[in-house]
Design a protein around this ligand. Sequence first.
Ligand code: TYM
Length: 378
Amino acid sequence: MDFKVTPWEITGKVDYDKLIKRFGTKRITPKLRSRIESAAKGSDVFIRRDVCFSHRDFDIALDEYLHGEKFFLYTGRGPSGKMHIGHLVPMLFTKWLQDAFDANLYIQITDDEKFLFKSDATQDAIERYANDNILDIAAVGFNPDKTFIFKDTEYIGHIYPLVERIAKKINYNTVKAVFGFTDSTNIGMISFPAIEIAPTMFEKARCVIPASIDQDPYWRVQRDIAEDLGYKKTAALHLKLLTALTGPEGKMSASMPETAIYLSDTPEEVHNKIMKYAFSGGQETKELHRKLGGNTDIDVSFQWLHYFLEQDDSKLEKIRNDYRSGRMLSGELKEIAIDKINALLKLHNKRRESAVKLVEQYMYKGKLAEEMWSKTYR
Ligand code: TYM
């Protein structure tokens, strides 16, 4: 079956090489990877392990940076439900980038988009999710002086003139072709891309967007119109989508609980979900597994360790070899994944408990937040 990737839908098993061709992005080559690591004076698990696999113009952003022109970062979240561990991936990566490149960061919460997109959504429910998600985002620990988190419905008055200028440059044919909108798409959705594009123009400097690849269609449209409006084409760093618990077809989806581990899941829930649903690359029987070994390319527990067993490359290699050779059984691999995910969630939830004060800074009181509230994009 062919696969499909849009900002709202992922089906089939994504072939990332094909996707690079379809979207017209560029691979992160080993050369670019080592340039990033040397400019950042350090490495990050998502860069090292090819989770961040593709980009638009990040090579240019890096050249500019090395010549003293800083870039700013922009990412976001659509609060359609509770956040799952897949949503944490771009946030963790963004934190690394912010620290490594000392960059301003804007985080857009698209409460408007999710109300418009989900037919059964109420504005009250979306607001509750937005506030809950913001706590999860704050728990990641961005720089309070250099981070602005905003909800569209609340900040829109400040950016509306900019949104208008963007909207005037984009016609219906373009969004129909890029996003697959049809005659029955509601008109809020049709004009929404102008709102997601606006933060790429919050500064005259180059914007760099760390996000998973599903959001790229917006950046394609931005790059067609930015220079006409007096801004730079945005750069982007694309991450692969974390596989659903149930297997390599499709992504982890917040609307299908059996495919996802939520940040709020208890250790027991994590244990039970992984034991019951985690798609295994192991053989039918123990005897066969010992003889033939497992397939780490499709095994979800292994895929997740690839993302989250961050510090220890040699330990990951040992697990890969042991599983492939049949020395390690599926149950044993699942236990390792359960321990790792539970450790991640324990740390996250501890940070979340003390994040309320940080939220206040990111949204209203921090240096960048105050600057943004005093500004209108006329
Ligand atoms: P949303 O809420 O669908 O996703 C938030 C971020 O998580 C990424 N993502 C995933 N990453 C790994 N594995 C997954 N299974 C997975 N599912 C989602 C998304 O790529 C995204 O980075 N419209 C956006 C909100 C938004 C935004 C932005 C996102 C506004 N401005 C700028 C990124 C950059 C949305 O609904 O994202």
